[in-house]
Ligand binder design. Structure first.
Ligand code: FEO
Length: 389
């Protein structure tokens, strides 16, 4: 058995996926990821909490070699990177019961073709006794599917949180140990996966605030032996607070939009506003998503391609619309060759953003004196709006 002890009878038995560089065929994983699974041996019953990505099912089963019995396979979330090895585990332990939330049952049947007779659902707040250890299930919907829940073990004050409070990284350290790199990975994870569900997360954080927590054991990344740090960080990220910051994702084809972005960003800085630029031809979209966690304003820079935005800008706009950052203001700058509808066509891609559009500066060809004056005015307006917040 390859098991790392967390507490007496509680072991980490998951997988480090050092080489994975993309999740959901979309999200960059600069440091790989892990699929954490936990073995809990109580005095009467034994449980595994979450499994691993099915690509690693054989290694996972090997990790558990020597385990003589398994009573429960607890599934906090139905997405395949955690549930995908349940069928392999059931082959080894056909008598084990799969425990999940009421909404997860249908998903497990549909995604994994599990036999409904092997699944037992638990209600919000219900407990399962393993003898000297108890697991209480707390529904925490939308972190990040509707069926997600966490499990709390009061005897050891451990919160098993699955994706919630997790981070994509592979590593040899079992715990975060206060490492800022773990917090950055957690912020990236929040930005890419959790951010659209801020309202639900606020409710979930209030629920877990009622618990005494010594360790948070997520299903990606290191365990938090400083749980207050990640819980407080989430509380900040989901709060309405925004920073005096403008994020500018942009593309330039022949240089005129790039010159506008350069001039405009310097005007913003001159007016006391923090700026983060993202040339979308070379941007790690995870870094862009992180910048959007607390930016007050988004300014999109795009040249015109067949009257609309550059397709790479359109792609970034669709992504921003999906992750729903809490920005309060937006604007657009850019250029065109002979005709344009770049502003209307780009803003139409952002219906989920609850922003006040402060204006646009779109010039024909190179920016002229009047265009530069408009950029100066837009920078001043943004700075004034930020001061009002
Ligand atoms: Fe890590 Fe939503 O799966």
């Amino acid at each position: 058995m390859y098991a790392r002890q967390i507490k007496n009878g509680i072991y980490a038995v998951g997988i480090q996926d050092w080489g994975r560089r993309l999740f959901d065929s979309l999200i960059p994983l600069p440091d790989g990821t892990s699929y954490n699974s936990y073995l809990v041996r109580g005095s009467d019953k034994t449980a595994v909490i979450d499994t691993v990505d099915p690509d690693f099912a054989d290694e996972f089963v090997e990790n558990l070699k020597g385990l003589d019995k398994l009573d429960y396979i607890i599934t906090l979330h139905s997405e395949q990177d955690h549930s995908g090895s349940i069928p392999h585990l059931l082959k080894q332990f056909p008598g084990a019961e799969v425990i999940c939330s009421a909404k997860a049952k249908d998903l497990l049947i549909e995604h994994l073709l599990l036999d409904p007779a092997q699944i037992r659902t638990v209600a919000d707040g219900e407990t399962i006794s393993l003898g000297d250890k108890t697991l209480q299930f707390i529904y925490t919907p939308w972190v990040h599917w509707p069926e997600t829940m966490v499990a709390y073990m009061k005897e050891e004050r451990i919160l098993f949180s699955c994706d919630f409070l997790g981070s994509h990284s592979a590593g040899s350290e079992l715990y975060d140990n206060g490492d800022p790199a773990v917090m950055e990975a957690a912020k990236r994870y929040y930005a890419e996966i959790m951010m659209p569900f801020r309202t639900a997360i606020r409710g979930n954080l209030a629920k877990i605030r009622e618990l005494e927590i010594e360790i948070v054991a997520p299903s990606h990344g290191p365990l938090w032996n400083h749980p207050e740090s990640i819980i407080a960080a989430y509380e900040d990220w989901v709060s309405p607070r925004v920073e005096n910051k403008v994020v500018i994702p942009y593309i330039s084809m022949h240089g005129s939009t790039a010159k506008m972005v350069d001039f405009f960003s310097k005007e913003l800085i001159r007016n006391g506003v923090k700026v983060e630029l993202f040339d979308l031809t070379v941007t790690d979209i995870g870094k862009l998503a992180m910048a959007l966690v607390d930016a007050a304003t988004i300014v999109i820079g795009s040249p015109t391609v067949h009257v609309g935005p550059h397709p790479i800008v359109a792609n970034a706009a669709i992504l921003a619309n999906a992750i729903k950052p809490k920005a309060r203001f937006a604007a657009m700058i850019g250029s065109y060759g002979w005709a344009t509808k770049v502003v209307e066509n780009t803003l139409a891609l952002l219906p989920n953003l609850k922003v006040e559009v402060l204006g646009s500066v779109i010039c024909k060809g190179e920016a002229k004196e009047t265009d530069l004056q408009e950029l100066e005015d837009l920078a001043k307006l943004i700075a004034a709006k930020h001061k009002e917040l």
